[in-house]
Ligand binder design. Sequence first.
Ligand code: HEM
Length: 421
Amino acid sequence: HGLVRTVAKLGVRTGDPQAKLIADPATRANPKIIHQELRERGPLVKGKVAFLTVDHALIFDLLRSDDFRTVNQGSNMPAPMRLIEKRTRSGALHPLAPPSLLAVEPPSHTRYRKLVSSVFTARAVNKMRDGVQEVADTLLDELVASGASTVDIVPAYCAKLPVAVISDVLGVPASEQQRVLEFGELAAPSLDLGLTWPQFEEVEKGLRGFDAWLSAHIAELRKNPGDDLMSQLIDASEDGVYLNDEELRATAGLVLAAGFETTVNLLGSGIDLLVRNPDQLARLQEDPSLWANAIDEMLRLETPVQMTARVARHQVEMAGKTIDKGKIVVCALSGGNRDPKVFEDPDRFDVGRPNANKHLSFSGGRHFCLGAALARAESEVALRTLFDRFPNLTTVGAGTRRNTRVLHGYSSLPVSLGEPA
Ligand code: HEM
């Protein structure tokens, strides 16, 4: 079987550390172990099919270098990446296939990004804070009203808040949000390599369902436009010259999916970190001005998007190695985030860490996360409100990690809310 063969080629069964990082589910919960192995082998490690790096400085430079482009462009895709091409054969849009923002370079990238960037500037996001606060309060009121003593905080709060916020930006009605979340859940492993066939089929189901839903939603907005971002994109695609139909769905779909599939992970991991480190929670309670920095420290330690990759446009010399044209370099953002050359005592959670915001969790260069300001703001409001209202919140059990490799977070985290403040 083609897919199984490629997974074997990746070297998962041979215990190759590079393969373990990219595809082995066994190391999902604790990527640190592999990072350590790689760090000992130098800044740039040549694996069976790709180069790998956990080096902060190298990742920083590489993401900004014009010698590299994002994966899945053109026809000279290296073997493991052809999996992505196969996955889109059903015709469903894939987040890592053109014309997704993540998979294109200028001039297309500039054109799509210009259409959506003004909505997510720090200034624009600041105006959304009141709306996020309202969502947080409403969700927590509902939890209190339910009277349950133990709640699974991931589906009840961490997942619902980001989807409500990004839906508001894109004009997705509240009644549709649960469906959108369900498609997202099915499609989440689409960023991973080394899927089994049953997983692959689930992903396809999610991507196809999301695509069909998006087409219907766009058709609806064409008839009844609002003052939301999706309606603006539809407007820009009206004559098909500036944005064709596929580009419209890809751009709107990626902003929507990236808007809720990532922040959910930071919220779950952040709650867990604060419960496990009561001294750090106490510092935040004493000095709430530390919250913004605490969010960056959570992003650093729990890196919601664990890795990204780039392809060499031509032969490149880097860190004493020759990277041939078309070769992939996997950048372990989470590894760079624990580089001891940049972060002192890197495994320690320190909400006052002076350089916490030097993390790589939002990538870098022209693909730097479009939603970084929104993600920071909504995470701060969400976590601060939760712990202000329930200062005695505790977790019940260890929780369950998501079944994904690139996306890193909890699918379930039962908590006891404790006495409200
Ligand atoms: C791109 C992480 C939240 C929208 C990215 C990339 C990363 C990332 C690592 C770049 C991937 C690469 O370089 O290959 C995160 C994290 C988030 C978050 C950790 C939350 C904690 C959001 C939100 C939005 C969003 C709330 C909503 C607007 C996007 C988009 C891109 C992107 C549209 C593609 C940008 C481009 O290729 O030009 N994000 N993201 N993200 N993110 Fe986020």
